[in-house]
Design a binder for this molecule. Structure first.
Ligand code: T1G
Length: 695
């Protein structure tokens, strides 16, 4: 049963429960509406306290039901109406957090009492939505237009003190929350005012609305449309009566709910959590305790990984034979935390504590001896890595997990350097490792389930998004990225220029176009991959243009020039020398350059991802289509509002995707457009990747 009634002083506590976060689905909303009406009709009821079971009050509407169960929205609206109609006071007792529809539920109550550590937010804007259960009308009436607009258009949480200060919360409980709420409710038994019956304080409202409208108009992110709608709803709260304002809210909510941007954002939200779940055959695997961690290799990746671990309060041993490298890493890490202090993200005391938790040492044996997890981040060379793993094999406890941060090398070959390969796993972080959220958890052929499960849990613990990948060249992300790059280089041969390709991809929503990305990552890294692949896959050549650039010593930002020039070290400036090189190359290989529109650029680069992603799915390198979406939205700047490459392809329809791929197969280097078998099969059958691969 989702609800329980408990007498508490003069009030009835109506406790609701829908683990794990009391999300408001249709069933819970219907049960609450029913109970509120029944309790209100009972003459014995003096007051009601609404309280969430478990660790928090309510995390909002059930996102999985949004857009999939039309009954949910109706049930939530009827619940709000039941609260509006209650003849007795209902007080929300809030602990943990009240987010989204959960906060709206609390606002529809007649008062709110919270614990001192409770947090409050309207995160809907981050899903491309607006608070659609009366929040845009009740919040301004309770806290004023300015505070309501700030909460709803930023989606940022506030704490209980801040909520109390603006009037979102009426009291902060001293001692037992429910007893405090019960007392508060009893005090309202002689009379209470519903939020909907209040007026939005006029002072400053119009200015706040004008400012918010101007700010929303400047937004270019996926939440821009939702932010603009929120402003319209708050304006309606000021200028119209509650029901008229709520009618506008419901209309705009429905429009946003159906929008591709919100569908994509909701897909990514649920996808990041789905990707964290191991498939049924591994789901029961134990998770081992990780208290002591060592990182081997004090280069850019090693120090980035150490920074990420230190930021979660973990002590870290950072190992490198080169004392100078350790010193550089230590000061790089200290600088990062000092920057966080400067930005107001942490206090200097926290920065000092984090830095103090770093033990930089040249002594691998001593550092690894008690480690529960060792993350290797040494030079990307198989022989070097195998040597390190052999040393770790001897130096570590038998149950310690050995993880390699390799970005492309064969984890099974690395595991072959230790006596028990079952304790080896890949943990591929993305640079800068303390910033990028994605970690590819690479399962070797012999990686034990509990090792994989522990690596996944550890990724979550350090605030990362973990996705399991099988062993292949480039795992999931880099393997697909190589096919995007292949098309980007071919497009240069056929008539495009780097800045046009980057502009087109950034207009599609990518954080950075491929040429800027590779200039940032280092063109020499791509060069070494192409050289290796020229030997391993001679039948799949790339355009020679990027090699020509590297032969000029133009490795990107690190050398001041790559596809672009970097006069200030960071800003990409178009270089006519590169344009001339590209045009000359087309002439050398006998291609008559043609005007290529941005649509073709985006279609070829994105469908190259989709086609390779279909192969990855078919081979079981990725367990689910959504895992691939999460890799690309969390690790490669694919626009989350488009849900990821596979979700985006589903939106197009796989029959149309296949037709485009077949069309490209008739063009320049058509061999690169061999349609993936799974894509052909799904285009014929269900027309979408959908939940393909849900094992
Ligand atoms: N709906 C469904 N499931 C949810 C959920 C939600 N709102 N929030 C969390 N979960 C699941 C999540 O999928 C995971 O499931 C488990 O709970 C733990 O989540 C009408 C329309 C609350 C801060 O946007 O921000 O209300 O993997 O891993 O790190 O106007 O979850 O265990 O099976 O994130 O401790 C607005 C979204 C909805 C809040 C907890 N609300 N959630 O973080 O755990 S729209 C939100 C969060 C809305 C109304 C509108 C976080 C959290 P599983 P977790 P966490």
């Amino acid at each position: 049963m989702p609800t329980t009634h408990i007498q508490c002083g003069d009030s009835i506590v109506l406790e609701f429960s829908s683990p794990p976060v009391n999300a408001l689905g249709r069933e819970l909303a219907e049960a609450l509406a029913r109970d509120i009406a029944q309790l209100g009709a009972d003459p014995g009821t003096r007051a009601i306290v609404l309280a969430g079971a478990g660790k928090l009050f309510c995390a909002g509407a059930d996102i999985g039901e949004l857009g999939n169960d039309p009954g949910q929205a109706t049930a939530i609206r009827l619940l709000m109406q039941a609260l509006d109609a209650s003849p007795v006071p209902v007080v929300a007792a809030i602990h943990g957090l009240a987010y989204g529809g959960g906060l709206e539920l609390a606002l529809a109550c007649h008062a709110r009492v919270a614990t001192a550590d409770a947090r409050f937010a309207f995160p809907e804007v981050g899903l491309g939505l607006l608070p659609g259960a009366g929040g845009t009308q009740r919040a301004p009436r309770l806290v004023g237009a300015e505070a309501a607009l700030s909460l709803m258009t930023t989606g940022k949480p506030i704490d209980a003190d801040q909520a109390r200060a603006i009037g979102l919360v009426d009291a902060i409980a001293e001692g037992d929350l429910r007893q405090a709420a019960s007392r508060h409710a009893a005090a309202l038994a002689d009379g209470f005012v519903r939020a909907r019956d209040r007026k939005v304080p006029a002072e400053g409202a119009k200015t706040a609305i004008a400012w918010a409208r101007e700010a929303a108009g400047k937004r270019r992110d996926a939440s821009a449309a939702a932010a603009a709608c929120i402003v319209d709803c708050v304006e309606a709260a000021v200028e119209r009566d509650f029901d008229a304002g709520q009618a506008l809210e419901q209309h705009l909510f429905d429009v946003l709910l159906a929008s591709p941007a919100s569908r994509g954002l909701r897909h990514v939200f649920l996808g990041e959590r789905a990707a964290a779940r191991l498939p049924p055959q591994l789901a029961g695997a134990d998770t081992l305790p990780i208290e002591s961690v060592a990182v081997v290799g004090a280069g850019v990746m090693g120090s980035g990984i150490a920074t990420a671990l230190l930021a979660t309060g973990l002590p870290v041993a950072l190992v490198d034979p080169d004392r100078a490298a350790l010193d550089r890493a230590t000061s790089r890490i200290a600088d990062t935390f000092r920057h966080d202090v400067h930005k107001g993200r942490i206090t200097s005391a926290v920065a000092q504590a984090r830095t103090a938790a770093l033990a930089a040492t040249t002594d691998l044996e001593a550092a690894a001896a008690d480690a529960d997890l060792v993350i290797e981040a040494v030079f990307e060379d198989m022989a070097v890595k195998r040597k390190v793993f052999a040393a770790l094999d001897a130096a570590t406890k038998p149950g310690a997990i050995l993880a390699s941060n390799t970005s492309t090398l064969d984890v099974d070959a690395i595991a072959g350097a230790v006596r028990d390969p079952g304790r080896v796993v890949g943990m591929h972080f993305f640079s800068p490792a303390n910033v990028m959220r994605l970690v590819e958890i690479v399962r070797g052929a012999r990686t034990r389930p509990e090792v994989l499960s522990t690596a996944m849990a550890f990724a979550r613990r350090i605030g990362k998004v973990g996705v399991v990948a099988g062993v292949c060249d480039g795992f999931i992300g880099n393997r697909m990225f190589e096919e995007l790059l292949r098309q980007a280089y071919f497009l240069l041969e056929e008539g495009a220029l780097p800045q046009q390709v980057d502009r087109a991809m950034e207009a599609f929503g990518f954080a950075m176009g491929p040429f800027r990305v590779m200039d940032l990552a280092g063109q020499d890294i791509g060069w070494s991959i192409r050289k290796r692949r020229a030997v391993e896959q001679p039948d799949r050549p790339y355009s020679a243009i990027p090699d020509r650039i590297c032969e000029l010593g133009r490795y990107g930002q690190k050398t001041g020039a790559g596809f672009y020039r970097y006069p200030d070290g960071r800003k990409a400036v178009v270089d006519p020398e590169i344009d001339a090189l590209v045009v000359a190359h087309s002439r050398e290989i006998g291609i008559e350059r043609r005007a290529i529109d941005d649509g073709e650029i985006v279609e070829r680069c994105v469908l190259a991802l989709v086609n390779e992603g279909a192969r990855i799915l078919d081979e079981g390198i990725a367990w689910r289509a959504v895992d691939i979406d999460v890799v690309w939205t969390a690790g490669y700047g694919f626009p989350a509002a488009r849900g990821g490459p596979m979700f985006h392809a589903d939106g197009i329809g796989l029959a149309r995707v296949l037709a485009a791929i077949e069309r490209f197969g008739k063009g320049h280097h058509g061999w690169a457009w061999q349609p993936a078998d799974l894509l052909v099969r799904l285009a014929r059958e269900q027309g979408a990747f959908g939940d393909e691969g849900r094992q």
